[in-house]
Design a protein around this ligand. Structure first.
Ligand SMILES: Cc1cc2nc3c(=O)[nH]c(=O)nc-3n(C[C@H](O)[C@H](O)[C@H](O)COP(=O)(O)OP(=O)(O)OC[C@H]3O[C@@H](n4cnc5c(N)ncnc54)[C@H](O)[C@@H]3O)c2cc1C
Length: 438
């Protein structure tokens, strides 16, 4: 049985959100926001949870984002783990934010988590992506580990000690084929072992634990997968390859042989197929999209500053490249609407496994990843065109090189082509919508 992520179960509506905390979720135009806030208020009222204002979480996220911004260039240049950001996130207790209050967390909803990814993405893309991947693993544990004493214990430990979880799905040369695993869980009575060629594990060396897919057993099909959580004391990592990449350099997405052992109860009590469809895929795509929107916003900020400065220098005459800022802003606004609608859709469906399993929901959450990555790349490219050489060079205040390199990871982080190919058959099953506004 899966358990719904508590959608904003922790926080109450705060009437005054400051200009500084205007973020993706909070400045959504029109009715969806009002519906969302009303739902949040009703939840708080009915659950009588301690009321910690949403703005408190976002203020703490802003503090962490400021630290991330300070070190972003150095993290990128050295391709090193953003240790300062993660330390700040621990101090501000952001790592356990989405864990339910009864397990020591704050019960932050998906919208708040996505907004934190957005804030971090505006400062340091790698920090944002690390936070996004960690929160995706937390969501899987929260929503599918409710029936497991061990996973409840683990969540409490994560909240108390602010542990950082990494993710391992990529294996051998199978790329983004997350729905097949090669290495099996070996069962030895109440114990398990696993040895897998994990060719990409972001921040694997820095994490306190790894949540990994695996074949259920030696005689199971490659698609019969489970999800297992291991703490650092449960495994050894033997380095297979390093990470000298074009962008997202601070994610330190190295390859390792993962050699793990633990108790049988560390395997989540639900099949990975169910976890993937109901939580892993939608939450990953939502949080990744938040991080990518942050990168796009950072590029747009620089392009706007460039155009303003150019206009000031020319006695108010707007430079010809300004039109590209308009285009970049339009892409970013479309991206924001797309993410906000998807957040709302997930919140609405999150407690209903049947709704989560529909073709329509699955298609829309898969296409969120494809569309968000394309829009984010488009926004950054437009910002680059607006700034011309000033954005192209690495050494000026308007440089967009890092944002461009980072955002180009988005279409390949689970290849858009692979997602589109997987959706080809289902797209034939449903036709165009009957109406646009109904
Ligand atoms: C920044 C970053 C961080 C990452 N972090 C992690 C992590 O922490 N843990 C983890 O497990 N993995 C991680 N990954 C890996 C990720 O999950 C995917 O496995 C990886 O991006 C896919 O790599 P690939 O392009 O080599 O493989 P593939 O998916 O095999 O793609 C290779 C090529 O084949 C094409 N292709 C593939 N399938 C099809 C198809 N069906 N139809 C048409 N064309 C197709 C693609 O377009 C692409 O050109 C990360 C990746 C990035 C970029």
């Amino acid at each position: 049985m899966s358990r719904p992520m508590p959608a904003n179960a922790r926080s109450a509506v705060t009437p005054s959100i400051t200009a500084e905390t205007v973020t993706l979720q909070h400045d959504v135009e029109g009715h969806p926001h009002l519906v969302h806030e009303a739902r949040r208020g009703i939840k708080i009222a009915t659950t009588k949870l301690p009321s910690i204002p949403s703005s408190d979480l976002m203020n703490r996220a802003q503090k962490v984002a400021a630290v991330a911004a300070e070190h972003a260039a150095a993290v990128d240049a050295a391709s090193r783990f953003p240790a300062e950001t993660i330390t700040a996130a621990r101090v501000e207790r952001l790592l356990g934010a989405a864990i339910p209050p009864e397990l020591g967390g704050e019960g932050a909803g998906i919208g708040e988590v996505v907004d934190i990814c957005y804030s971090l993405g505006r400062s340091c893309a790698s920090s944002a992506m690390i936070y996004a991947m960690h929160q995706t693993k937390i969501a899987c544990l929260v929503r599918h580990g409710a029936a497991s004493t061990w996973h409840q214990w683990l969540l409490r430990k994560i909240a108390t000690e602010q542990l950082l979880l990494a993710s391992s799905t990529t294996e051998g040369r199978s790329g983004g084929d997350v729905r097949n695993s090669a290495a099996p869980i070996e069962w030895h009575g109440s114990k398990i072992t696993l040895e897998r060629q994990a060719t990409v594990i972001s921040y694997g060396a820095a994490a306190d634990g790894i949540v990994t897919t695996a074949r259920r057993s030696a005689d199971a099909a490659s698609t019969d997968q489970v999800l297992v959580a291991f703490l650092k004391s449960d495994y050894r990592l033997k380095r297979l390859n390093g990470w000298d990449a074009f962008g997202m350099r601070g994610t330190c997405s190295e390859g390792f042989t993962l050699i793990a052992s633990g108790a049988a109860e560390q395997v989540l009590p639900v099949s990975y197929g169910e976890i993937h469809r109901q939580t892993m895929m939608p939450v990953a795509h939502l949080t990744w999209s938040g991080a990518w929107a942050g990168i796009a916003a950072s590029a747009v900020d620089r392009a706007r500053a460039f155009v303003r400065k150019a206009a000031y220098g020319a006695g108010g005459a707007v430079p010809p490249g300004a039109a590209h800022v308009t285009r970049a802003m339009a892409s970013l606004r479309t991206l924001r609407s797309l993410i906000a609608a998807a957040v709302q859709r997930f919140e609405t469906a999150s407690a209903d496994p049947t709704a989560l399993e529909t073709i329509d929901f699955q298609t829309s959450m898969n296409m969120l990843k494809v569309n968000a990555s394309e829009l984010a790349v488009s926004a950054v490219m437009s910002a680059m065109q607006a700034t011309g050489l000033s954005g192209y060079r690495n050494d000026g205040e308007f440089s967009i090189g890092r944002q461009l390199r980072d955002i180009l990871s988005s279409p390949i982080m689970i290849s858009n082509d692979r997602i589109m190919a997987n959706l080809a058959t289902t797209s034939l099953l449903s036709g165009p919508p009957q109406s646009l506004c109904g």
